[in-house]
Write a protein that binds this ligand. Sequence first.
Ligand code: HEM
Length: 476
Amino acid sequence: PASVPLDLENIQGDILSGLPKKTQFYIFFDVTDTKKFREDLNKFIPLIKTVEGVLKDRDAIKDHKKKKLPGLVHIVGVNIAFSHKGFVKLGIDDTTLGGVEDPFVIGQKQDAITNLGDPKKADGNPDWDSHFLQEIHGVILISGESHGSIRKTKYEIEHIFGVHSPHASIKEIVTLQGDVRPGDESGHEHFGFLDGISNPVVNGFDTVINPGPKTVDPGVVVTGHTGDITQRADWATDGSFLVFRYLFQHVPEFNDFLKKNPIAKDGDGKVLTPEEGSDLLGARMVGRWKSGAPIDITPFKDDPALGTDPKRNNDFAFAGEISSQLRCPFAAHVRKTNPRDDLEVPPPPTPPIAIEGRRIMRRGVQFGPEVTREEAHTAKTQHGRGLLFACYQTSIVNGFQFLQQSWANNEKFPPFTGRPEAPGLDPLIGQGDRAMSGLDPLNEQTVIGMPAFIIPRGGEYFFSPSLKGLKSTIAS
Ligand code: HEM
């Protein structure tokens, strides 16, 4: 598609700017009365927060902080997205969103078995929470600064669709609540690592460009723009595919693994204390220290100031390390999911799709309580916790599905030219027999196996349409 400016009032807010959140609901629903739903949607659309709306909210938050006002600014962000089954139910022709074999069309339940490698049950279904084994037509996102405000908005929305009345147009299948972790852990996922650092910087949208990976065309994230590889129907432009994954994390077990397998010496041969050795092991699994500092920049010692400095914390590319795991293991989570220069440097043949076309915009949020004393003591999870993983892209095939199937689950990725040892699986999200090389910097060939610390328990593929698309085609 030709280059047209992004219409920030037409694009749903979570896609490009991320709905500001302390807390968030994901309401998964079925449409039970098609005609009424399409009418009710007209009352719902005004609640939707666009990118423009999020930018205004951000200014309000900044202003509030600058004036040192007490409390938090009252902010609520609502978005909506539909599955392929949802569009079928509504009688909407979504053929320009994907052909018969597209993951969006086959749905994530089938994809989990065929391509993602999720564990299966005897009946052939993925081993998922039962809610995600049913047909899901759509999801409503509500984010906000407090439980009170998202709950109030949820009532409002339930009222619009007549939930709790004899004339409901939707049925709630399940509502999941995500919460940013408390205090200093805010922004850190449940294993303790700072998250949300490296997201694609979008041409024509982002105004601040910090040193890091190349910027991406808007069409990698927003349909109908330069970089979107598919011709879309008018109503299907200015949207994005939302991949949702319900991922549980076994935190006490993860911590126990680090404790039991400390790295003895760092890459300079310095003997480490058990605690230092465990911290280094965790950092080498992720590719960053808990502070966010990339091990490619600071391989053997954490540097918290670097971790939170946006001018420096994404400025690395595994440059000159195509045949070395000394600084960062090939299979470290961030090297697997964004291999940077590993794919730029010859001799591997130039990939058919540039790495920029495989970037995803991550928008997840944590769920579940902090680890209890008893869980820490017994090294056994008793309370469900993890990540409500969400990401946006214009091609699930080139984005999320490819990262999971062809990178995370592939022990031979990234290219390990000149090395005898294969990288192994992504230690966090890889599906299969999880084992990886490169964890011990002085013994790069040593392969260490590990149990699954992240367990997929559900998910679906959705499309988050533009405001115009919602008004012109989906509502009636
Ligand atoms: C980066 C944790 C699931 C793709 C990261 C980072 C952490 C992390 C700590 C580094 C911070 C950053 O660069 O922003 C987790 C956890 C997960 C999870 C705990 C599950 C519970 C996934 C999944 C995918 C994924 C399912 C996609 C298949 C990425 C990508 C990056 C990233 C693309 C950025 C890499 C870069 O640009 O350097 N993740 N992740 N993650 N993760 Fe995950």
